[in-house]
Every structure is written in C-alpha cells, then in structure tokens.
Design a protein around this ligand. Structure first.
Ligand code: AMP
Ligand code: MG
Length: 323
C-alpha cells in the first residue's frame, strides 16, 4: 500500500506534485469544480492507475486538463464554435470534446479509444500552477472511489483514497462543487453531453445557436462514429478463446500462448507477465492494430475478472456485443 502524502498548496508542494505526475504517479488536486484524481494523460499506465485506484468497473473517456487554449490546440482540433467557447469560458468549468489533432499526445486509454478528446482549462489557481509545472495534459476524473460522491475537500479525498494514491494537494474546499459542462464540437450542431458549471443558456447566447441534446441519431449527424461513447473494432470479437482459428487475429494475455498460434493473422500480447495495469494501458491501441490486420475476428484469451480485469472485460464484452 502507498503512503498518501498531503502536499502543501505552495511552490514546493506543487513542484513535488508535478514530479510525481511526471514519473507516472497519481495526485489528487483541487479544481473549481471538485477535487480531481490526476495522472499524466500521455502515460497509459498512469491512466490505468486512475481506474485501479477508483475501482472503476468500466473505461470511459476522461477529461484531460491543460494549462491554456494554446496547449489544448496541440491535443484537439478546434473549429470556429469550439474556439469561441474556449475563448469565452476558459479557464472555467467547461469541457470541450473535439476531434484529436495529429499532434495529440493524450493516450488511447484516456480517450477510451475514441478519435475525440475531452479538454478543459481549469480556473482554480492551484490547478493552473500544477498544470504549468507538469507541462503535459493531466487526465483527472473526480477523486473518489467508484459509486461515491465527488469530493470537494482533501479530507473527502483521503477518506476514499488514502493509501491508494501518491498524494493530495491540500487546497482547502473547492467552491463550485458541480462538475464541468461538457459540449461536443465535432462538426454539425454542437451537442450538450452533460450539464454542469457553465449554464446552457450562456453557451447558446454566445454561439447564437441551440445546443443539441441526447445521444446519436439527432437531426444533425456528426462525423461518423465520433459521438459513439465507446470504441468498437470493425472485426468480430470472440472472448475467452482457447485456440486461434485460421485467419483470426489474437489478443493474448499472460505467458501461455493459445493453441493454433501459427494460424494467426496477427497477434499481440496485452501483458506477457499477466500484469493487468500493463494490459489496460495496451488495450485500445492493440485492438486497433489487430483490427487493422484485416482479420474478420479477433480471438481474445481469457482475462481474469479481478482488479482492472473487470474494466478490461467490460470493454471487451461491449466490443463483442456491438454488432
Ligand atoms: P468526469 O467523470 O467528470 O471526468 O467526466 C468524464 C466524462 O467526460 C465522460 O463520461 C464523457 O461523458 C466526457 N468525455 C470526456 N472525453 C470525451 C470524449 N472524447 N468523447 C466523449 N465524451 C467525453
Ligand atoms: Mg465522478
């Protein structure tokens, strides 16, 4: 078990927090919405650590926090509407979901394998200074165990996560306490994905347009697949495979190869040592690579249902069902 350090909200504390983040650790920090559980968004293993610490049973895309609109533009493509919204409401409790830029460094896992990225520039001065000191996007969902309420002070964070994360920056109570408003700008009419700290009316007044709501299939179709909330490969997915059949691609786990190895069109091992964190970090990029092999089916070796295995299996079951 880790010892969770309580870091002071000064230059030394933030420098320490940035060092921990850069080496792949987990640091909770205050934002103007709630306390976030941060990890280096570019490091998929660090992001996997967020899911492990929170005991989250499924992978959903995380919000990557950046220091400025300039830093955000390295990660995502901002159309006219996204740019207007960012200029008006950043820093602040607005998350923009935009298409990934070619220069995007946010890991697949933080994006849950999607071609879009959720970005926010927080207004809290400590969050800002931490991001500036870290110099990379920081993925941060709320700093609570799965199924518990979002924490608004460091004691809440510790009551859920003490011993499971490296540190918490003690910045006192956060003042909004509601989560960020999430708007997707992916072409077509921008869409409200989640109401939050910035009111819908303020957004609509600025862009002189009504936001779409609800899920896919609305009257203004977005770029295909962009708004799907879950990545799914084109190939069929066959779970708990004991053997690889001719022409299949294979997603392996652990030291033992599957039978019929020589027949595989392509194969990748999520973790030869059977390390679930490493497996989670590789999951989306390996699915994509195997899909790109052109195989009609991806055979997946059994993966234990413990710890991060639950979220990995959840994702794989959805991929197997979604066709
Ligand atoms: P939170 O739990 O506050 O970190 O918010 C995470 C939520 O942000 C997800 O459940 C999504 O609704 C949304 N989100 C973040 N990134 C994306 C993305 N690339 N595409 C769609 N929704 C996203
Ligand atoms: Mg939450």
């Amino acid at each position: 078990m880790l010892r969770t350090a309580r870091l002071t909200a000064d230059e030394a504390g933030l420098a320490e927090a940035a060092t921990i983040l850069k080496r792949g650790g987990l640091v909770a920090f205050p934002t103007e919405t709630v306390y976030g559980l941060g990890a280096d968004a570019t490091n998929a293993e660090a992001v996997a650590g967020i899911y492990a610490a929170k005991d989250r049973p499924s992978f959903n895309p995380l919000i990557s926090h950046v220091e400025s609109l300039k830093a955000a533009k390295i990660q995502g493509i901002f159309d006219e509407t996204a740019r207007k919204l960012a200029e008006a409401f950043w820093p602040g409790p607005l998350t923009l979901v935009v298409p990934v830029a070619p220069t995007c460094t946010v890991s697949d896992l933080a994006r849950a394998g999607l071609d879009s990225v959720g970005l926010r520039v927080p207004a809290h001065p400590l969050a800002h200074d931490l991001l500036a000191a870290t110099g990379r996007p920081v993925a941060a969902p709320s700093a609570n165990r799965s199924g518990r309420v979002s924490p608004t002070d460091p004691d809440h964070v510790l009551s859920d996560l003490d011993g499971r994360i490296d540190a918490v920056v003690d910045g006192g109570a956060s003042d909004v306490g509601v989560e960020s408003t999430i708007v997707a700008c992916l072409g077509g009419t921008p869409r409200l994905l989640r109401p939050g700290g910035v009111p819908r009316e303020a957004i609509e007044a600025l862009i002189r347009q009504r936001l779409d709501t609800g899920s896919e299939g609305g009257k203004s179709p977005l770029a295909p697949g962009m708004l799907a909330s879950h990545y799914a490969p084109r190939a069929q997915v066959r779970l708990n495979a004991a053997e690889i059949r001719p022409g299949e691609a294979a997603l392996l786990f652990g030291p033992t190869p599957l039978q019929g190895n020589e027949q595989a069109k392509a194969q990748l091992n999520l973790s030869k040592n059977g390390d679930l964190k490493e497996a989670a970090a590789h999951l989306f990029s390996y699915l994509r690579q195997l899909d790109a092999s052109g195989a009609r089916t991806i055979a997946v070796a059994p993966i234990p249902e413990t710890g991060l295995g639950e979220a990995i299996n959840d994702r794989l079951r959805r991929a197997a069902a979604e066709r």
